[in-house]
Ligand binder design. Structure first.
Ligand code: 1HE
Length: 260
């Protein structure tokens, strides 16, 4: 399968890692409609061997957001459907088949930040900066940013970014919660692949629970959350893989938890 402006590289001994690279570097990986639809299709069609994915961007920036050259006059209905198209694509990233690690560098702005926010783990290198220029361009986020970004940094910080054009550098972005990992310049992809390789070794049902149950439990009232958690825990622990992993630990074959 080929996807416009996206390179898909399947790696690992079992073909278990998908490295998804935005290859529109000359346009700072600005997300055209074709690119957004390509991402949706790619995450729908990942080979069944894949257990974890990495997204990164070619060139000096991860992603400059919406392709502003495609921003045409849209009536309200067309604008609604355009935003819903982004939602469908980024939902395939967040609630798709496998955990996704974003490897960030340079600009992670507008729709690029929305894409990064749909990933499960973000690794940023020291060149990374985060912004929401929608506020200055007279538009609003439309790719799920108002749902996902406040969960990372809080609604107050997002409001400030959009109202004042504030840009967070890599260190401040790490401090406020955009990224879970901060690495030296140029090392984000390697770190993201290392993490994806580790994630791919988990029991698939554990990864499924983390992707599909945890974010929903976190949104539920506590009494419903506890019940959903109990059901997910029961399903996960009844899987044969969980039983053999527990036996491995009890019989001294599994790694212990160690601090670095
Ligand atoms: C673009 C875009 C784009 C670059 N759409 N073409 N996003 C923004 O408002 C961010 C706009 N971009 C920038 O602020 C800068 O381009 C960057 C900080 C990302 C990079 O700067 P720089 O100096 O490395 O590159 P450049 O020279 O500005 O851009 C190189 C080319 O990419 C140039 O085209 P060229 O034909 O003159 O070479 C730029 O026009 C092009 N380019 N960014 C189209 N975004 C679901 S709703 C989401 C709403 C949003 O995302 S709004 C935020 C949009």
């Amino acid at each position: 399968m080929t996807y416009q402006d996206i390179q898909l590289d399947i790696r690992g001994d079992q073909q278990e890692i998908a490295v998804v690279r935005l290859t529109r570097g000359a346009k700072r990986n600005a997300l055209s409609d074709a690119l957004v639809l390509g991402l949706r299709n790619l995450f729908e069609q990942l080979p069944s061997t894949v257990r974890a994915a990495v997204i990164d961007g070619e060139g000096p920036h991860f992603c400059a957001g919406l392709d502003l050259s495609e921003l045409q006059e849209r009536d309200a209905g067309q604008g609604l459907h355009h935003s819903r198209m982004w939602h469908a694509a980024l939902e395939r990233v967040q609630y798709g088949p496998v955990p996704v690690v974003a490897a960030l560098h340079g600009a992670v702005v507008g729709g690029g930040l929305e894409l990064a926010s749909a990933c499960h783990i973000r690794v940023a290198d020291e060149t990374t900066f985060y912004a929401l220029p929608e506020g200055s361009r007279g538009i609003f986020v439309g790719g799920g940013g108002s749902v996902r970004i406040p969960k990372l940094i809080g609604a107050a910080r997002m409001t400030d970014m959009m109202m004042t054009g504030r840009v967070y550098n890599a260190q401040d972005g790490d401090r406020v919660g955009f990224a879970q990992y901060l690495v030296p310049a140029g090392q984000a992809v390697d770190k993201a692949i290392e993490l994806a390789t580790r994630i791919a070794q988990n029991a698939p049902l554990t990864n499924y629970a983390l992707m599909h149950a945890l974010p929903r439990i976190a949104e539920q009232p506590a009494d419903q959350g506890y019940l959903t958690e109990a059901m997910m825990a029961a399903i996960a622990q009844s899987a044969p893989e969980a039983k053999s992993r527990l036996r491995d630990f009890l019989e001294g074959r599994a790694e212990k938890v160690r601090k670095d």
